[in-house]
Design a binder for this molecule. Structure first.
Ligand code: URA
Length: 232
């Protein structure tokens, strides 16, 4: 009941202790009764909806957090930063341990599937600091495709934001999600990445959300994301 957002865990235990909860027509007294999606649960004779409420969250991931639900090496995960969310959320797609920025978390499997499916072709925008002064001809190279491993990347956008003596800040837009793709593309053009931060996913912008902080997406943002993704 707490997972479905009907009552807090304590309140649910109270309701059970008071004999107000029935499962499949049988009044229960035991806290350990397991229910699954086919079961009918009633509180005070009223059927309750056991479906977990769908939640959509954006997090500004700091460097040093792994973007999976669990880590075999015991490193901190993005879920450590959203501990007060009671729904069973998980990250949508990945950001490297050493990448910061926008990552989505949800308990909506279909939404996660569509967003991460390659044929959805969702643009992801990265703010990148690289070694060296990036020349304009690299913009064309990105448009044409870059050879990484044994693969030519799809047309990507490179925008030069600022160049200092020995570093450049650029904005890179890709819609693929190969392993360490932006790092590999930058290395391939002779400009290894020094700092990588994702700042947008499709129509969704990270904005001024502080590092390590999260917020729920608005209804409009969820709708915009769903509409943006090409059908899988
Ligand atoms: N590309 C990378 O190289 N790393 C990321 O985390 C995301 C995109």
């Amino acid at each position: 009941m707490s997972h479905a957002g009907i009552a807090s865990r304590r309140k649910a235990e109270e309701l059970i202790a008071q004999g107000r909860v029935c499962v499949n027509g049988v009044r229960i007294k035991d806290m350990g009764v397991k229910v699954s999606s086919g079961d009918v649960v009633e509180v005070d004779g009223k059927k309750v909806n056991l479906e977990e409420k769908k939640v959509y969250i954006m997090l500004n991931k700091p460097v040093g957090y792994i973007s999976s639900a669990k880590d075999q090496f015991g490193r901190k995960t993005v879920l450590d930063l959203v501990k007060d969310v009671k729904e069973r959320i998980y990250p949508v797609g990945r950001l490297d341990y050493d990448t910061s920025g926008l990552i989505l978390l949800t308990n909506d499997g279909e939404f996660a599937y569509v967003l991460t499916h390659p044929s959805s072709e969702i643009d992801k925008v990265y703010s990148v600091v690289v070694k060296g002064a990036v020349s304009k001809d690299k913009i064309k190279a990105f448009k044409k495709g870059i050879k990484i491993d044994n693969y030519i990347t799809s047309p990507a956008k490179l925008r030069i934001i600022n160049i200092t003596d020995n570093t450049s800040t650029v904005e890179i837009t890709i819609h693929e999600g190969k392993n360490r793709q932006v790092r590999k593309m930058c290395k391939a053009i002779g400009h290894p990445v020094l700092k990588l931060k994702r700042i947008a996913i499709g129509p969704l912008k990270l904005g001024d959300l502080e590092e390590g902080k999260w917020r729920h997406l608005t209804e409009q943002e969820v709708k915009a994301l769903k509409n943006y993704a090409k059908p899988v």
